[in-house]
Design a binder for this molecule. Structure first.
Ligand SMILES: NC(=O)c1ccc[n+]([C@@H]2O[C@H](COP(=O)([O-])OP(=O)(O)OC[C@H]3O[C@@H](n4cnc5c(N)ncnc54)[C@H](OP(=O)(O)O)[C@@H]3O)[C@@H](O)[C@H]2O)c1
Length: 233
């Protein structure tokens, strides 16, 4: 297998944003969305996020509900999925984040080779570090996925944010997305978008196939898509 089966999960406003312009609104999907998030985490070997999400929030990436913990154990999985952070800059406060100080499973950080040895050594007190080839602004996510598969991580949950969603989708590394559409408008050109990055040109938007749609409580719409540009695994 050359990459994990990867499924994304995100809650979005009607205007396709994943937070407000001040980046202060989290968990707006509501209780049913939280349950879906836990169900998807329970199915995953690892959960991957971008460093801006670690800068803006204190994500734990854990399964906390008893029924979903039990489903992991019944499926012979480790008690918790492994948390993974993608960061080109290594500019995020690992010492102040629960993922790095409280996780049962040692987290993993994917980054480039060009950091001082002392910084990598400090991070290694809290996490394993995976070095992959990089350009000035980005890392080779295809190579990162190949190495995750080699490490035995075959089911990967992508929990955003929008920069990482875009980068993964652009490289054909995402198989499916679960999207919770919330009846809210955030507005604002600075509000992070669901798939931000540099964007696709007009000739090449990524096509998706709608697998299911369901109306939940509090007027949330639960959408499940297959990504038709997904590369081979
Ligand atoms: N509603 C939801 O479901 C949901 C889910 C997740 C997050 N959020 C929110 O979304 C916001 C963050 O989203 P965002 O789009 O700004 O950022 P993001 O995707 O969380 O993180 C972007 C950062 O990840 C690293 N990164 C991503 N792709 C990379 C690549 N190809 N190569 C190297 N590094 C890469 C870079 O880190 P460095 O800068 O360190 O190099 C980049 O700055 C937060 O406010 C969070 O609360 C909402």
């Amino acid at each position: 297998m050359s990459r994990p089966f990867t499924f994304g999960n995100l809650a979005i406003s009607v205007d396709g944003r994943i937070s407000t312009a001040d980046r202060a609104l989290h968990g707006f999907g509501g209780a049913e969305d939280r349950d879906l998030m836990e169900e998807l985490r329970a199915r995953a070997d690892a959960v991957i996020i971008g460093a801006a999400t670690v800068r803006d929030e204190n994500p734990r990436l854990q399964v906390s509900a008893e029924k979903w913990r039990k489903s992991r154990l019944d499926a012979d999985r480790s008690p918790q999925p492994r948390g993974i952070v993608v960061s080109r800059s290594l500019d995020f406060p690992w010492r102040e984040r629960a993922l790095f100080t409280e996780s049962l499973v040692r987290p993993l950080v994917i980054t480039s080779a060009d950091h001082p040895a002392s910084r990598i050594a400090d991070l290694q007190h809290f996490a394993d570090v995976l070095i992959v080839p990089s350009s000035e602004s980005s890392l080779s996510l295809s190579e990162a996925m190949r190495q995750l598969a080699e490490m035995g991580l075959h089911k990967l949950l992508l929990e955003g944010g929008g920069e990482l969603n875009f980068a993964m989708l652009a490289e054909g590394l995402v198989d499916e997305f679960y999207l919770t559409l919330c009846p809210l408008v955030f507005g604002g050109r600075l509000s992070p978008g669901a798939f931000s990055g540099s964007g696709f040109p007009g000739t090449a938007p990524v096509p998706l196939e709608l697998l299911s749609i369901r109306q939940g409580i509090n007027q949330r719409l639960f959408l499940h898509y297959r990504c038709l540009n997904a590369g081979p695994r």
